[in-house]
Each structure stands twice: as C-alpha cells, then as structure tokens.
Design a binder for this molecule. Structure first.
Ligand code: M6R
Length: 609
C-alpha cells in the first residue's frame, strides 16, 4: 500500500521519481506527489488521481533538483485529495513520505498542536514531519532527529525524510512497511519496491525491521533498532524482466494471463529430477525441515488463500497429511491449536501482506516445527523471516487482480504435495504421475488460452448482469471462489461461489433468469454429483455457463452454454479451469469499461492491516 521513491543524486531527479511512481502505481493510485530540494527551497507538486496527473503537472511546471522524494497513495486516513496527498511538509523545512499507519497519531497530533504546529491534512503521516521538525530543535542531525521520532511512533511505517537546509541526504526508516535502498554511482535511491528503481540500478539492500538509514550520494549508513551501525547485504536484483512494459497487450492483466505458460515453466526449471520433486526447491535445509511433518497449516489472504484451499485437498488426499487453511487476518487474532509436527506455510505474491506476515510471526512464537513461504518476491519480509522459501518465478505481477501468481502458486503447492508426500511414504508411481503432470502444465495452459475468443463472445451476456454465482466441487470449489473474486474485483459485479452441494441449503433461492450460474466441471469422480446440482439450477429457470471437460457430456441448449475445456488430469485440473475464469472476468470488465489493472478502492500490495 502506497509507493515510495527517493533519490539523492547530482542530476535532476524528478523524472526518475515519477518513473518510479509509475512502476509502483499498483500499490495505490488515489493521489501522487513529489518534493524536490532546489537552492535551499522545498518545492512540491501533488495531484489527486493517478501518476499521469502528476506527470502532466510536472510537464507544465518542471521541478529542478537532485534530492527528492515521491509517493503514490492508497488512502487510509483522510479522503483522497490534494491536501492529503504526500509529501507532507512541516514549516516548509521538512518533507516526509510514509507508507503504513501510525496508530498513536491522535495523541501525537494533540501534543504537536500544543507545541504550536498547525495541521493541514487529515493524515496520520503529518505527525511524522512535525515531530521530526520538533526533534531537530534538540538534535544536531536529521539522522538523530528521525531516530528520536521513530521511537515515539506506534504502528507501521516505511518513511523517507528530507530537510530543505541539507540537500546532501535523506533519512529512511522501516518498521512494518518494506523499504529497499538502491545503490548507484555517485547517487543513491530508496523505494518501497525494487521495481521502481530498475531503470537506475540493479544493486539493492533491503532494510530490516527497525532500521534507520542515512543515504547520501556516496554513502549509505544503516543503524538497527538499537542504533548500532549494521551492514545489510547488497544483492544484484534477480528480477529478470522489466515489468514496467505492457508490450503488445492492452492491459497488464491480459499480459499476465498470457505469461502463465512461461511463468509455470520457469518456476519448474531445475526443480524436478528423475520423476521426483527436489527438496531443494524449498530452500537449502528443506530436507531436514520437511521430514516428520504430519500436519500443514496454510495461512494467506485473498487469491493466495484460494490457492491454499485447493492445496488442502491435495495434501490430505495425495500426501497423506492433515491440513488446515486459514485467512491470515483471522488466524492472527484468535487462539488456535497447534498440532504436533506442524509445518506453517504462508502463501503470498508480494511477500509483504501485513496480516500474513503477522500470522507468520505469531506462528514462530507458537513453536511450529518449521515455517515456509511460497512467494513471488525475492528479498521480501516473508522470504527473509521464514525457515524455507519456495520462490515462485512468475515475474513481477502488476495487475491488481492476481492471475499468473495464482497459477504459479498452485504449481508450487502441487510440488509441495509431492515432497511432503515423499517424506510420508508416497509411492514412486504417484510421484511420477505428479511430476509428469507438472511438466505438461505449461502446454496445457497454452491450450486453455485458446478459449479466449469464445469467452470474449460469452462475456457479452454479462454486460447487464449485477450478480453471478460460481459453482464447483472438490478442489474446483476454491477455483470457483477465485473466479468469483476475479469477477467482483475488476468488473464490480457481485459474485458468490458455492460448493455446489451447498446449493440446496440456501443459495438456490437466488436462482432466476437474471442470475448467471458459472459451473466448473472437469471429468472427475464428482462429475455425476455436479450434474445433479446443474439439474437443480436448470429446474429453477437459471441460465448456466458450464466450463466442462470435452468428455463430460454436457451439451449447450436454451438453458446452458457449454465451453469445452481441454482434457487434463486430476493433478492440474484446478489450475487449468482457472484460465477460462480469468479470461471471463477480463472480458466482462472490458465490456463494463472498468479500470482493469487498477480497480477502484484496491491496491496490489496490502501492507496495512
Ligand atoms: O501479495 P499477497 O498474495 O499476499 O496478496 C494477497 C491478496 O491481497 C491478493 O491476493 C488479492 O486478493 C488480489 N488482489 C486478488 O486478485
């Protein structure tokens, strides 16, 4: 949530900052702003709306200067407006950008008002800049003033501070919201995601919780939570493709849907040998951690949670271990029971989701045998704080609606099933079936993408619809949930998913000609049961869209449109049936004319509670 970029350089930085914001826009897009120091003056430009609005304003009236900070906002405190947009200033001297939530901002605000500070916004952030300004009165340097400030903050922050009177440095502090320092030649940078800085550097150091850093053109000094000077490893970025470009596609979402065969193939590379998934896919010491695992507890949010729900069917059915799946925001605030020999698995595209991270930290305190993350972001907090990491190689996902991350998560979870199963006596034959299925996934996904045109036509039926129902059974139930989430997220059509056996326990009452019912129907042992549920809908005048296996013997008629999905085995069916549902939501959103990549009220990376 919220994107931050900062630079200390010898050249003008406004363009670098705005390009960085464009790349971070997925983190929030309510308003954007930039502040630059020029000739001892702080100059700011802020605009409501997307980075494009800010960029146009800067074209009309450029900002000159080599030290600056910039921000794209996802509103938490105060409506999206110019006065609430960052950077915030104190007395024209201090400028601050901030990501996170300062929970004791009301108390600090009252204290600062008492000291004579006037507030010009409704944000929690403004307390930070006035506090720094106040602390500078009793501290010699901006660094020590910021260190004294952050000691008074409760909540989460990633923040960057600059001082009008000292254009040589910026001070950066992290607690709960990620920040990465980018190293250049005679210039240095900071951002909330390395993606922002790829045009200017590929050398990065991630700040740890509680770190405060002083960044000048030639030096970076980092201090831990106790103020001790510390080194943080500088790494060359592993991000191989530059996600800033939509290429031939109209939207990032469509590009990312089409990238799935390559993303899955890339993720499998080097991780399967002789019909076996290698332990090393999950990190160096995975073999040691994974032996004796008898229970898996999966924690995630949103789309990642749906991937976990599908994996529960697999781990219990094929790997022979019990498995629970829970939404992170629930897990973290209740007393849960921990089974002996439990593995805690978090799933996250970003690796920075606040609730998932808090759940991981709680699980570590509870004493889980081992923790693992299935994650798409190298260097992220979940990766650094887990015992094991399965790195998805989906490449940066920019569309707010998660697509390729989800299918790569499913592929990773199937690999986990094979590995946990092997440690629990899964037969070689079963392992070989799973690995063959994994290896043929990219080609099968490619085939499923061939449904695109047919689905685009079908999507027109949804133009005037306000509700939709998704049905599935077994591991297709979470796929139905994911289909419903995609549709509501980007087309704003209200959609619900049900395990189809639940229909008669209530939702059947909703069925009429205005409620499209989308059914996912692979040819598995639940097919006949699903067919009965389809008849229940038909008998009540519902109009169905059935994504069915070519051998499932569904036929289109007045009450049902059947879309034939390429035949696939049980190990990959959940993943394959996801593809048409992604395409459906994309085409419905196109018809509805919504903002596909940046749907209203949402942000890609949810780093606040
Ligand atoms: O980065 P994460 O996978 O932890 O994010 C979890 C959810 O916020 C995310 O999947 C969200 O539900 C997506 N926007 C769904 O498309």
């Amino acid at each position: 949530m919220c994107g931050i970029v900062g630079a200390v350089a010898q050249r003008d930085v406004a363009e670098i900052l705005v390009e960085g914001l464009r790349r971070l826009e997925y983190r929030g897009y309510d308003s954007a702003g930039v502040a630059v120091i020029n000739d001892g003056e702080l100059r700011t430009t802020r605009r409501v709306g997307k980075v494009q609005e800010l960029s146009a304003a800067l074209d009309d009236s450029p900002l000159v200067g080599g030290t600056g900070i910039a921000h794209t906002r996802w509103a938490t405190h105060g409506e999206p407006s110019e006065r609430n947009a960052h950077p915030h200033l104190s007395s024209g001297d201090i400028a601050v950008v901030h990501n996170g939530i300062i929970e004791n901002h009301n108390k600090l605000r009252e204290m600062l008002k008492g000291l004579g500070y006037a507030f010009t916004s409704d944000t929690d952030t403004e307390v930070i800049c006035h506090l720094v300004h106040h602390e500078l009165k009793s501290h010699d340097t901006l660094l020590t003033a910021v260190q004294a400030t952050v000691k008074q903050l409760e909540g989460a922050y990633g923040t960057v501070v600059i001082d009008r009177t000292d254009s040589d440095r910026m001070i950066v502090a992290r607690s709960g919201s990620p920040l990465v320092i980018g190293f250049g030649l005679g210039e240095n940078f900071v951002a909330s995601d390395q993606l922002a800085l790829l045009p200017v550097t590929r050398s990065f150091a991630f700040l740890e919780e509680g770190d405060v850093a002083e960044v000048t053109r030639r030096t970076v000094s980092i201090f831990d939570i106790d103020g001790n000077a510390v080194e943080r490893e500088v790494k060359e970025s592993e991000v191989t493709h530059d996600a800033g470009d939509k290429g031939e596609y109209r939207h990032y979402m469509l590009k990312e849907i089409y990238e799935q065969p390559r993303a899955i193939a890339h993720t499998l590379e080097g991780r399967i040998a002789s019909g076996t998934v290698l332990d090393s896919a999950f990190g160096e010491n995975a073999a040691e951690f994974l032996k004796d695992i008898k229970h898996v507890q999966i924690i995630a949010c949103g789309t990642s949670y749906h991937a976990g729900m599908a994996a529960r069917y697999w781990l219990e059915d094929w790997a022979g271990v019990s498995c629970n799946v829970e939404i992170a925001s629930e897990f973290r605030y209740r007393k849960s029971h921990m089974f002996p020999n439990s593995l805690l698995v978090t799933i996250s595209q970003s690796g920075e989701t606040a609730d998932t991270l808090a759940a991981l930290r709680l699980a570590k305190e509870m004493g889980y045998k081992a923790t693992m993350t299935i994650c798409n972001s190298p260097g992220s907090s979940l990766v650094r704080e887990s015992d094991m990491a399965y790195m998805m190689k989906a490449g940066a996902e920019i569309g707010v609606a998660s697509t390729k991350a989800f299918t790569v998560q499913l592929a990773g979870l199937l690999m986990l099933t094979a590995v946990v199963g092997r440690h629990n006596g899964m037969s070689e034959e079963m392992q070989a079936k799973i690995t063959q299925s994994l290896q043929s996934m990219p080609a099968k996904v490619e085939q499923a993408l061939g449904l695109d045109d047919a689905i685009a036509e079908l999507a027109e039926d949804f133009a005037d619809k306000h509700h939709a129902l998704f049905l599935g059974r077994g591991d297709q139930y979470p796929i139905a949930m994911e289909g419903a989430l995609k549709l509501k997220e980007i087309s704003y059509i209200h959609a619900e998913a049900y395990a189809s056996g639940e229909l008669k326990h209530g939702p059947l009452a909703l069925i009429d000609a205005d409620m499209p019912v989308i059914v996912v129907a692979p040819n598995n042992e639940l097919l006949e049961k699903l067919k009965s549920n389809v008849e229940e809908v038909r008998a009540r005048g519902g109009l169905m869209y059935v994504f069915a296996d070519v051998d499932a013997e569904f036929e289109s008629d007045d009450t049902m449109k059947v879309i034939q999905v390429p035949h696939c085995d049980e190990f990959m069916a959940a993943l394959i049936y996801t593809i048409p549902l992604q395409l459906l939501s994309y085409h419905v959103a196109l018809i509805k004319g919504t903002d596909v990549d940046q749907p209203r009220n949402l942000a890609k990376s949810v780093t606040v509670e």
